[in-house]
Design a protein around this ligand. Structure first.
Ligand code: PGA
Length: 257
C-alpha cells in the first residue's frame, strides 16, 4: 500500500446466510474504527436491514450487482436508485461470478458502471483472468480489455467513487491465492493502464484491491505490496473476526509505514 491511498476492504457475502445471520454479522462489524474504509456487500433481500444496522457505524453497504437500466420492465433486476434507497453507497460491477456465471460482458459492465455512477453510487469494478487465459499467456490482455471496456463511459476518473478489484478467477473460493508478486505485477499494470487513460493524480489515487482467497494469514503480505490498496474478501468476510483481522492488517501496515 501507499499511504497516499486510504485502504479499502470489501466483504462480499455472496448468497450466504439468512436475515438473522446477516444482522449478526453486521453487529460484529459496527464498532469498526480503524484506518481502512470498510464496505460489505450483503445479499439483496437483506441490504436495507444491514444498512439500518450499520447506519451509525463507519461501515458502508453496497449491492453485489446493479442494473444497467434506470427503471422499467426488468424482472429480477435492481436499479442504482433502489440500492441508494436501501442505504447502499457502493455497488460491485462485473464480479467474475456474474461475468462467467451469468454471461456478463464488458459492454454490459460498462453500462452498469455508467448507470451506477449516474445514480450516485460508488463502483467497485471487478476484473480478472481465468486459469485458461493465464496459462495461454493472455492474463494481461484480458484484464486490459475488461478495465478499458468496462470504464469506456468514464472519461474523468473520480477516485473517491471508482475502485478496481483485481480478482484472478482461479483464486476465487479455491483457497489458491496469487502470490503477492503475481498480484503486484497485475496491480502495477492496472495502474499503468489508468495512467494511460486518465490524468496522473487519478492514476495515482485509484485504489486497486486484490481479491481471491484473502485470509487473515495472507492479508499483511498482500497489503504490503505497493500497488495493492485493499482487499475484496469473500469466504473470510463471513465471520466478523476474520474480516476485521484482514481490515486490521491494513490498519497496522498504514500506521507502521
Ligand atoms: P474468496 O472470494 O475470498 O472466497 O476467494 C473473493 C470474491 O469472490 O470476491
Amino acid at each position: 500500500m501507499d499511504s497516499a491511498r486510504r485502504p479499502l476492504i470489501g466483504g462480499n457475502w455472496k448468497m450466504h446466510g439468512d436475515g438473522a445471520a446477516s444482522i449478526s454479522l453486521a453487529c460484529g462489524l459496527e464498532d469498526w474504527s480503524g484506518a481502512a474504509e470498510l464496505v460489505v456487500f450483503p445479499s439483496m433481500p437483506y441490504l436495507a436491514t444491514v444498512a439500518d444496522e450499520l447506519a451509525e457505524s463507519a461501515v458502508e453497504v453496497g449491492g453485489q450487482d446493479v442494473s444497467d437500466q434506470v427503471e422499467g420492465a426488468c424482472t429480477g433486476q435492481t436499479s442504482g436508485s433502489m440500492l441508494l434507497d436501501c442505504g447502499c453507497t457502493w455497488t460491485l460491477v462485473g464480479h467474475s461470478e456474474r461475468r462467467h456465471g451469468s454471461g456478463e460482458n464488458n459492454a454490459l459492465c460498462s453500462a452498469k458502471v455508467d448507470a451506477a455512477l449516474q445514480a450516485g453510487l460508488k463502483v467497485m469494478l471487478c476484473v480478472g483472468e481465468t486459469l485458461e487465459e493465464r496459462d495461454a499467456g493472455r492474463a494481461l490482455d484480458v484484464v486490459r480489455e475488461q478495465f478499458e471496456q468496462s470504464l469506456a463511459g468514464v472519461d474523468v476518473l473520480d477516485c473517491t467513487r471508482v475502485a478496481v478489484a483485481y480478482e484472478p478467477v482461479w483464486a476465487i473460493g479455491t483457497g489458491k491465492t496469487a502470490t503477492p508478486e503475481d498480484a503486484q505485477t497485475m496491480h502495477q499494470a492496472l495502474r499503468e493502464m489508468a495512467a494511460g487513460r486518465y490524468d496522473a493524480p487519478s492514476a495515482t489515487g485509484l485504489r486497486i484491491l486484490y481479491g481471491g482467497a484473502v485470509k487473515p494469514a495472507n492479508a499483511a503480505d498482500l497489503l504490503a505490496c505497493s500497488d495493492i490498496d485493499g482487499a475484496l474478501v469473500g469466504g473470510a468476510s463471513l465471520e466478523a473476526d476474520s474480516f476485521l483481522a484482514i481490515a486490521r492488517a491494513a490498519d497496522s501496515w498504514t500506521s507502521s509505514s
